[in-house]
Design a protein around this ligand. Structure first.
Ligand code: FES
Length: 97
């Protein structure tokens, strides 16, 4: 019942439309952070939660923010790069530091 009367956003609800992806989704595609896609929903939603709290996370903060999500395909570096790239798109340098 923890979600009762709460707003829940899923990966499907993140994009504004099928043709207008969220910057995190765009960055994952462009940086090659999606391979089989099994982990992608969890990775992106964890990254969204992180970037909502921290505008410009360090690589360590990104890796900590992804803890609990396992990827057997990418080796994590491309995922971390994608989240770093998305952070720059969402809050250009100088904002929030
Ligand atoms: S992309 Fe395949 S498990 Fe992460």
């Amino acid at each position: 019942m923890e979600a009762h009367q709460r707003e829940v956003t899923t990966i499907e609800g993140l994009a504004k439309s099928p043709r207008e992806l969220h910057p995190l989704q765009e960055a994952f595609v462009e940086k090659g952070a999606v391979q089989c896609g099994f982990c992608t929903g969890g990775m992106i939603m964890s990254a969204k939660y992180l970037l909502d709290k921290i505008l410009h996370p360090t690589q360590l903060q990104i890796r900590q923010g992804l803890s609990g999500n396992l990827c057997r395909c990418t080796g994590y570096n491309k995922i971390v790069e994608a989240i770093d790239d998305a952070a720059r798109r969402l809050a250009p340098a100088g904002e929030g530091k």
